[in-house]
Design a protein around this ligand. Structure first.
Ligand code: ZN
Length: 505
């Protein structure tokens, strides 16, 4: 039997090599979404499925079980929050989960998700849900199989949620979302009746793409995204992925008649990117150097996109740059009118275009529909109608087409079921962290107005980025803010920001 230190070294070396394969997979995925010729999809699907299989094989290697057997009760595991303790705990958790999944199911899921994304893109373009339904049915079936393999006590959704938000439960998410919904629905109503309304025409004037590229790059630089360790490219559906400890890729899209689309996508993805860049590079490929959960990841993107990027104080600093880049569009627009326009709140059909207030209602619909699909209450064939009905009930509007309804998001086509609620959890974490940052760092708005974003980024680095997976998302919230995650900070933020803008008392 090897001693604990030898076992630990062997385990870490093995895990780092596995993450090397995963990072090759990430390179291929990035390339697929940014560069791939339209006919090259089949071969790419096989490449990615093969690597997914290799990763799974490595994660379930019987030697991992032997090393873990030596380590779980060793001195190295005594402090669960130390780097060694975290590595052992998290790799054990991952091993236990992975060994529950048959290799064949892993490869099937990988294949169907790559195929699904292509089929979905086509179906969305043609507004043809029926063309996507058979693959979606297959995806739901395979996802249910995955959940059954993992096992669960209360709800099938728990098993899936755990892949994205470790240790979170359906019941606790449902409680938070219900509380939030009860606050948001009347707030949306009050805003609609507000005494002031923004002039939205400002944002749909002509914003030449060349200047947009310069402006968004400048904004990302100023808030702290490190371009010597990352890139910004173009895609249809913006995302962020890390390929190596010094190679973080963010993407966006530009629309000449929509300033906000490109700009806020970059603020969002740069927030994700700065989290990746803030993880400890020497721990790359190991749990202490990895993101803790999707909700915490999303908290970082939403914090920079909304809490910073839509704040009046941010624009006190950055508006002159934008105004200079687009003299024809913004030469005659006051900063106050611009800030009001980028904070427009109104029920809309598309989640990714939604404002800070209604966004979470989009998430709640998906969270409910996913559960109905998994429990068999809802058939894939009936999904479009169920979707439309929920939108009517929740947001008071009915999608005019499936392309603008049930086909709008990529997630389900990529077999990511159980994912959506992490967006709203991310918003909750962001608001709670930001409230604490205000207490710890003083007048953040005064700092933003002067273009000083480093104090906030440094704070986030220390509190959130550097710990990696040494604490769970729930533990981080408790440790950094002294309270469990709740809706209150987000509700307070929304009521303050939009109450002021819309003249609501
Ligand atoms: Zn995001």
């Amino acid at each position: 039997m090897p001693d604990a230190h030898a076992a630990f070294d062997a385990l870490c070396q093995h895990a780092r090599k596995t993450s090397l394969v995963e990072s090759i997979e990430s390179s291929l995925c990035w390339d697929e979404r940014c560069m791939l010729p339209s006919k090259a999809g089949e071969h790419r699907t096989e490449q990615i499925a093969y690597l997914a299989g290799v990763v799974h094989q490595r994660m379930t290697d019987p030697r991992v079980a032997e090393w873990l057997a030596v380590l779980v009760d060793s001195d190295l595991a005594v402090d669960p929050h130390s780097d060694a303790g975290t590595t052992i705990r998290q790799l054990k958790r991952e091993f236990d989960k992975q060994t529950k999944l048959p290799q064949e199911l892993v490869e099937q899921l990988s294949r169907v998700s790559v195929k699904g994304q292509r089929c979905w893109a086509e179906a969305r373009k043609n507004n043809d849900f029926a063309a996507f339904a058979p693959l979606l049915t297959q995806i739901v079936d395979l996802t249910k199989q995955k959940a059954e393999c993992y096992g669960y006590t209360d709800h099938i959704y728990d098993a899936l949620l755990d892949d994205y938000e470790p240790l979170e439960t359906t019941a606790s998410v449902e409680k938070l979302l219900t509380e939030l919904r009860e606050e948001l629905v009347p707030l949306v109503q009050k805003i609609a009746e507000g005494s002031r309304q923004p002039n939205l025409e400002i944002l749909t004037r002509e914003y030449p793409v060349k200047q947009q590229r310069q402006v968004v790059t400048e904004a990302a630089k100023r808030i702290g995204f490190d371009f010597s360790r990352g890139r910004l490219d173009e895609t249809d559906h913006p995302f962020c992925t890390d390929i190596g400890p010094d190679d973080c890729r963010i993407t966006t899209r530009y629309n000449v008649n929509d300033f906000g689309d490109g700009f806020f996508s970059v603020m969002h993805e740069a927030g994700h990117g700065m989290y990746q860049q803030g993880l400890r590079t020497e721990q790359f490929g190991l749990p202490p150097g990895s993101a803790v959960s999707l909700a915490i990841h999303e908290s970082q993107s939403r914090l920079w996109e909304n809490l910073v990027g839509r704040a009046a104080s941010f624009w006190q600093h950055f508006y002159p740059v934008v105004q200079q880049a687009f003299p024809a569009a913004l030469g005659d627009v006051d900063v106050e009118d611009f800030v009001f326009a980028i904070n427009d709140v109104r029920p809309s059909l598309i989640r990714t275009d939604a404002d800070e207030v209604t966004y979470n209602l989009h998430i709640i619909t998906r969270f409910e529909l996913e559960q109905d699909l998994l429990t068999g209450v809802l058939d894939v064939a009936d999904l479009p109608e169920a979707w439309n009905a929920k939108y009517e009930q929740m947001l008071g509007i009915r999608p005019d087409s499936d392309a603008n309804g049930v086909l709008q998001d990529v997630h389900w086509s990529g077999a990511a079921i159980g994912y959506f609620s992490t967006y709203t959890l991310g918003n909750l974490h962001a608001a709670q962290l930001f409230e604490q940052a205000r207490i710890d760092l003083g007048d953040l708005d005064a700092q933003f107005a002067k273009g000083e974003f480093a104090p906030l980024l440094t704070w986030l680095r220390e509190k959130i980025h550097k710990p990696g997976q040494c604490y769970t998302a729930a533990e981080l919230a408790q440790k950094v803010t002294g309270k469990p995650l709740s809706c209150e900070p987000l509700v307070r933020h929304l009521k303050t920001r939009f109450g002021d803008l819309y003249g609501i008392s």
